[in-house]
Design a protein around this ligand. Sequence first.
Ligand SMILES: Nc1nc2c(ncn2[C@@H]2O[C@H](COP(=O)(O)OP(=O)(O)OP(=O)(O)O)[C@@H](O)[C@H]2O)c(=O)[nH]1
Ligand SMILES: [Mg+2]
Length: 616
Amino acid sequence: MCLKNRTFAANLSYMQAIRNIAIIAHVDHGKTTLVDKILHQTNLFRDNEEIGDLILDSNDLERERGITIFSKNVSVNYKGTKINIIDTPGHSDFGGEVERVLKMADGVLLLVDAFEGPMPQTRFVLQKALALGLHPIVVINKVDKENCRPDEVHDGVFELFFNLDATEEQLNFPTIYGSSKMGWMGTDWKKQTTDFTALLDAIIEHVPAPKQPAGNLQMQITSLDYSSFVGRIAIGKVARGTVKENQQIQLVKNDGGFVKARIKELHTFIGLGRQKVQQVEAGDICAVVGLEDFQIGDTIADFDAPEGLAPIKVDEPTMSMFFTINNSPFFGKEGKFVTSRHIRDRLYKEIEKNLAMKIEETDSPDSHLVFGRGILHLSILIETMRREGYELQVGQPRVIIKEIDGKKHEPVESLVVDVPQEFSGKVIEQVTQRKGEMLIMEPKGDMIHLEFNIPSRGIIGLRNNLLTATQGEAIMAHRFIGFEPYKGVIPGRINGSLVSMETGQTTAYSIDKLQDRGVFFVDPGEEVYEGMVLGEHSRPGDLVVNLVKGKALTNMRASGKDDTARIAPKRLFSLEESMEYIQDDEYIEITPKSIRMRKIFLREMDRKRSTSKANV
Ligand SMILES: Nc1nc2c(ncn2[C@@H]2O[C@H](COP(=O)(O)OP(=O)(O)OP(=O)(O)O)[C@@H](O)[C@H]2O)c(=O)[nH]1
Ligand SMILES: [Mg+2]
């Protein structure tokens, strides 16, 4: 073994030793914190440099939400070895992102929260890593938490490996314990250390150096980056041969076609940044500038004898949503990009890098069906578009129903809820109402741990209801498991909508007068239009209301003041909340400044006509 290693090292004496690892885990288990702290400790920053927390979550939306959305490449130099680290998102909606970047790794750090233990997404990412034959190191993180249970969690992780049919070798995974936040890792959680030495040593020891088979160039593009200076940048691991600056290559496309191109520039990942280099050998991860027409999954290959690598496959989407141009009366007032051409181009640009997203054309050139992995997956795209200046409308998200053996099947998810004992009854009630089936109920620290299988349909809108029912105490996570026979009707929102009768400005007077009819989503003085959803009716069925009235008042000012004081504050919706809220005859209108809900048919007459047609 030792001898073999030495010969290997001698052969490669001209190049640096490398390890490629991806950090995978359930959402919030501490991946980004760990990578950040490793970067700090390996002295990437000058002592006097001002740096914030979680520098890696650099995108605006990531910072606002405190989650990772895009995977990132960084590297550290440890004892003469370059360790390429890929930070990945933990939210299940971004599973597609994890699936493709795993292609760059030879090993994974499976992070598990020392209190929570393995969660639905831990299972998913581990399964993908094991299937690719990657070498795992288990990191039990957050042992600084007061109620943590690292030993139990370790047993849970072992059981998970076992259930996922890990090989004998994979089952022998090394385990490291520690706290990313406090900046230490060790082999015994009771013995706090002062740094990450134990973890970095484990990476060097247990993760194999990347394979470097003989042959001509092969590099599969697994990520994409943009720069306003150089355009699109292709990122991937050189799997075979050497890639050089100015080299003529052939791009082997996913569909088997070939495109001739030239490598303009090459960059490797150094710390948080990149370094321009002349060539990159097999085994290292790099960024390639100068390729115009490429897609993720394409292989950069030899010019004379190009050979493509197997295309990247990611799991299918589970949800679809109708995207259409904004045709509300407020069209074009707040956005820069509003035409169907704009929206279409933007959507097609998205699927070049967002592999888990798909687009289908509809009968109308103004509308597209966009398929994704969940509400968050779709809402991040919408939110990004609106920040870029787009205006659009979307319909109610729908789960994908499949016909299998002549029977209707629907996506089903595994749902985990941890909740204080006194609320467990309420959670079970809510979930069963939505066709959830309870599989496990057991104590977990001072909480109750519940596991269900539930149709994805039942999860839409569930989070809000559970939080209300448990005074915000429920911690919930879910993850798609497969298609199962349709489970029957799930009761939706019972209350109807309060719909605007007129276009104009709302008045305190009229809102006040109608407060007993429901809850409003608008304040006095807001511009509304006929057919816009202004609130939730306190009863089933929609009610058309006029909030624009009030001009008849003689002493507007004085009475306006009094009315405002009596008016309950409007109910605010985030984009995701409105996506989970709207009915199938409603749209959400999204502009850079506003999110409004509206009826698809703005005039009451047209709505009546369409329902009577549907009932024929
Ligand atoms: N107590 C404690 N908290 C931690 C530790 N590591 C991370 N956290 C906290 O856990 C939260 C999530 O940390 P992140 O590093 O963003 O988690 P992540 O796994 O990157 O999350 P996603 O990328 O969204 O999947 C933050 O509030 C961290 O401060 C730890 O070792 N101990
Ligand atoms: Mg993260």
